[in-house]
Design a binder for this molecule. Structure first.
Ligand SMILES: [Fe+2]
Ligand SMILES: [Fe+2]
Length: 189
C-alpha cells in the first residue's frame, strides 16, 4: 500500500469546487475521517484531565493541562471545518482512539500512584494518541490540499503543528524526567 505523504505539494488542480465534489467517494471519505477525528478530539477533552490528575510529576501534569486547552480549540477548529464544508458537525466513534484511551486507563490501574513508572506509562499512552492524531490530520490536510480546500488545509495544519509540538514535549519529559526516575525506582513488593 502506498504511503501517504504529509509534505506540502503545489496545487495540481482546482478544476472542481468542493461543492461540486460533495457527492464524490473522496468527499464522503474525507467527511467520515473528519467525523472520526471529531469523536477522538472530544474524547480527549474528557480524558486529558484524568491523565493530568493521575500524573506524578508536575511537568507532565502541566503538559496534559496545557494540551487540554489546545484540544478544546481542536474541537472548535473541526467544527469550523464542518461548517466550511456545509455540513453539521457529527461525531462517529473512533475505535482506534477508544482503544488508546482504554490502554491509558489500564496504565493508571496497573501502576502505583505517585510513581515515576506511572508517568512512563502515561507518556506511552499519550504519544499513541498524538501519533494517531498526527496521522489523521496529516492525511486530511494532504487530501484537502488536493481537493482545493485551502482554508481547511490551514485550519488542519494549525492543529497538526500543535500535536507535533506536544509529541516532542512528551519525548523530552520522558528523556529528562520520567524514564530516568523510573530507571532507579524501587518496586514496593
Ligand atoms: Fe488534538
Ligand atoms: Fe493531541
Amino acid at each position: 500500500m502506498a504511503m501517504q505523504s504529509n509534505t506540502k505539494t503545489p496545487q495540481t488542480s482546482a478544476r472542481s469546487s468542493s461543492m461540486a465534489m460533495q457527492d464524490s467517494k473522496l468527499n464522503q471519505f474525507f467527511l467520515a475521517q473528519l467525523q472520526d477525528l471529531y469523536w477522538a478530539e472530544r474524547k480527549l477533552v474528557k480524558t486529558l484531565p484524568k491523565l493530568a490528575e493521575a500524573s506524578t510529576s508536575f511537568k507532565l501534569k502541566q503538559a496534559f493541562n496545557d494540551h487540554l486547552e489546545q484540544t478544546k480549540n481542536h474541537v472548535t477548529r473541526l467544527e469550523n471545518v464542518f461548517q466550511m464544508m456545509g455540513e453539521e458537525p457529527k461525531a462517529l466513534k473512533c475505535p482506534a482512539m477508544a482503544g488508546i484511551v482504554d490502554e491509558g486507563e489500564d496504565i493508571i490501574d496497573e501502576t502505583d500512584k505517585g510513581s515515576a513508572q506511572r508517568d512512563v506509562g502515561l507518556i506511552f499512552a499519550a504519544q499513541k494518541a498524538e501519533h494517531y492524531e498526527i496521522a489523521t490530520y496529516g492525511g486530511l490536510a494532504t487530501l484537502a490540499r488536493t481537493m482545493g480546500m485551502n482554508q481547511i488545509v490551514d485550519l488542519l495544519e494549525q492543529t497538526l503543528d500543535e500535536e507535533k509540538v506536544t509529541d516532542t514535549l512528551l519525548t523530552k519529559i520522558a528523556e529528562e524526567d520520567a524514564n530516568v526516575k523510573a530507571s532507579t525506582e524501587k518496586t514496593e513488593d
